[in-house]
Design a protein around this ligand. Structure first.
Ligand SMILES: C[S@@+](CC[C@H](N)C(=O)[O-])C[C@H]1O[C@@H](n2cnc3c(N)ncnc32)[C@H](O)[C@@H]1O
Length: 240
């Protein structure tokens, strides 16, 4: 299993929470800087996949972090967006941001583990996740919890990095992701592992058809995916 801190004896979940706690204050800046702002476009596209679900939906943003996807979900005119995350520091940055923007009545960020949610079954109209599933300790458990808490006919949308396959995007991406990104990311985030863990975790993640299989395994139907930016990221969607 790929974990952020190789010499650390604690489990992946604790290490991931620790890593995001460490980088939380610089996370938003690094996200936009290292992706040249494309991450915002990807989040918007992910949210568009939910535009035909129930009116004024109640949405769960899993692994919400600093809440950018939850904020993007306001486009759906939701009754409520609940974001959960295991990293308290990421949530603190998100809560401040949401308060600053005046969205605190609609978006609520809470500490919570995606692999063991405290919500009732069949509760949410839609579930969204951006760059979260790759970090789960147990992917199957996380996806099963999403399935359980989603209403029948509700939709889940997952945005995650994938590996481009075509020349020369693949070669440029490999150089950028494995050399440039760890160098800049680790210096600015002041965490020696975070941006080395990122390409490693993307590399071992079951992407595209393999991820579709994971969604089907827990019961989702109509599972599809589409590539973004020559395959650097993918959006998966599925229905309960
Ligand atoms: C790369 S960040 C993504 C944050 C946000 N969704 C975004 O689009 O920027 C991944 C987040 O997943 C969270 N995470 C990882 N495992 C989790 C779990 N089991 N339950 C809840 N959050 C988790 C981390 O704490 C981190 O904030």
């Amino acid at each position: 299993m790929i974990t952020p801190y190789k010499d650390n004896k604690s489990g992946k979940k604790e290490q991931v929470a620790q890593m995001f706690n460490n980088i939380a204050r610089r996370y938003d800046f690094l996200n936009h800087f290292l992706s040249l702002g494309i991450d915002r476009i990807w989040r918007k596209k992910a949210i568009q996949c939910l535009k035909y679900i129930f009116p004024n939906p109640v949405i769960l943003d899993v692994a919400s972090g600093t809440g950018d996807l939850a904020i993007a979900a306001l486009k759906l005119n939701p009754e409520k967006v609940i974001g959960i995350d295991i990293s308290e520091e990421m949530l603190n940055v998100g809560i401040e941001k949401i308060r600053r923007k005046g969205y605190q009545d609609i978006i609520e960020l809470q500490k919570g583990d995606s692999e063991n949610m405290k919500f009732d079954s069949d509760f949410f109209d839609g579930i969204i996740v951006a760059f979260g599933v790759r970090n789960f300790e147990n992917l199957n458990k996380g996806l099963s919890e999403m399935y359980r808490t989603l209403k029948t006919e509700g939709k889940v949308v997952v945005l995650e990095f994938s590996k481009p396959k075509i020349f020369p995007v693949k070669q440029i991406y490999n150089f950028y992701f494995k050399v440039v990104l760890p160098l800049i990311g680790n210096i600015i985030s002041k965490d020696n592992s975070a941006y080395t863990y990122l390409p490693e975790s993307v590399n071992q993640f079951p992407e595209r058809k393999l991820f579709i299989k994971e969604l089907e395994k827990v019961g989702f139907k109509d599972c599809t995916f589409r590539s973004l930016s020559f395959g650097i990221a993918s959006i998966y969607s599925a229905v309960k």
